[in-house]
Design a binder for this molecule. Structure first.
Ligand code: PLP
Length: 374
């Protein structure tokens, strides 16, 4: 049975070149980057080359890239330090953020009694910018935390526009860019953002490694304490093989960006065409022109089919997701869809199909025939 993986917003397949590079580093470059002997110096130099390579692709300085264990950690660090050390008194965010942001903000609200404001969401899942401007008119030291590409519905935030609005109101701007790094151009020299985060496993790199971009002189302090690694901002012996894998994955993603984006965009259009033919009553959750890697749809199935839908597809070797991966298996509706859909539409079955360059038209055909069999 041919397996079909259409859950690339949850995680992606590692590129073979990345595995190759990581294997070499694990076998040969096992020194501790903090050691002063040749083994250590070698590992340190590999680490710094990786940092430089990542910084080059995002057009920032290497010192502004801090390695972390994942996107969740990077989000937690930035939000927590902004409140604890930068003395932010208010966070403006949205109810459709990933839980790595949403639950952190809620914890900070409980612990530090900060003000939290949620910017309004339009029915198509976009952030209401007018509401953001209105909220920012209140003069209080604020951090705005809004994600770039939504992991469930693929809506895209105009980082440049929101960043400029934040600057005009002297607010700090953090964006969870986990779904967009490696999949679209990000130029940190010109983008007015203070903090972004990334996670290697979303762009065909290894799991368990990510990074934060922290603009120079931000004043962030570490989340936890230990050695001098990452200038003391993120102590702990660096996972050199993971970091090398992440840098290689990012390099390949940007080298192949145009061709892979074209291929994936064509697959997404093909899927929409097929849905229009086979399930004409289907609806897209989010904007019509959402990010090219994600499509979230309501399917015109009876409610009694919903519970078995993912299971049936899984039996056929087809992996898609209902809402976000963290919630699969749970009967609660996705917190993102709950914010934007009517009660009636929320009861209907929604599926998230997310693509990578490894997908083919045949995958889409198998998915469609899998749906028809339900
Ligand atoms: N933010 C977004 C938008 C995500 O999609 C994810 C992954 O699901 C995360 C954060 C968490 O990243 P990680 O798996 O590296 O902790």
């Amino acid at each position: 049975m041919k397996k079909v993986y259409l859950d690339n917003a949850a995680t992606t397949q590692i590129r073979p070149e990345v595995i190759q590079e990581m294997t070499t580093v694990m076998a040969e470059d096992y020194g501790n980057p903090s050691s002063t002997h040749s083994f250590g110096r070698n590992a340190k130099s590999i680490l710094e080359l990786s940092r430089k390579s990542i910084a080059k692709h995002l057009n920032c300085s290497a010192q502004e890239i801090i390695f972390t264990s994942c996107g969740t950690e990077a989000n937690n660090w930035i939000l927590r330090s902004a409140v604890r050390d930068l003395k932010v008194k208010r966070i403006i965010t949205s109810k459709i953020e990933h839980h790595a942001v949403l639950h952190t903000v809620q914890a900070l609200q409980r612990e530090y009694d900060i003000q939290v404001d949620y910017v309004a969401i339009k029915p198509n899942g976009e952030i209401d910018i007018t509401d953001l401007v209105e909220l920012l008119s209140q003069e209080i030291l604020t951090l705005v935390s809004l994600m770039h590409v939504n992991n469930e519905i693929g809506t895209v935030l105009d980082l440049d526009r929101v960043g400029r609005i934040c600057q005009q109101h002297n607010a700090l701007f953090h964006s969870d860019t986990v779904q967009s790094v490696g999949k679209t151009e990000i130029d940190l020299k010109t983008l007015p953002v203070d903090f972004i985060v990334a996670s290697a496993h979303k762009f065909h790199g290894p799991k368990g490694v990510g990074f934060a971009f922290v603009r120079k002189n931000s004043g962030l302090q570490p989340l936890f304490f230990g050695g001098e690694q990452e200038k003391g901002l993120r102590p702990g012996t660096e996972a050199v093989h993971q970091i090398v894998g992440m840098a290689k994955a990012l390099e390949l993603s940007y080298r192949n960006l145009e061709t892979e984006r074209k291929h994936i965009s064509e697959l997404k259009s093909y899927l929409i065409e097929q849905l229009e033919i086979e399930f004409p009553a289907f609806e897209i959750n989010g904007t019509q022109d959402g990010f090219y890697t994600v499509l979230n749809v309501i399917l015109p199935f009876l409610e009694d089919k919903i519970a078995m839908m993912l299971f049936n597809l899984d039996m056929k070797g087809i992996a898609v997701s209902r809402g976000s991966a963290c919630q699969s298996g749970s009967i609660r509706p996705s917190h993102v869809l709950a914010e934007m859909l009517s009660d009636e539409n929320l009861k209907k079955p929604s599926l998230r199909i997310s693509f990578s360059h490894y997908n083919t038209k045949e995958d889409i055909d198998l998915f469609i025939s899998g749906l028809k069999g339900i």
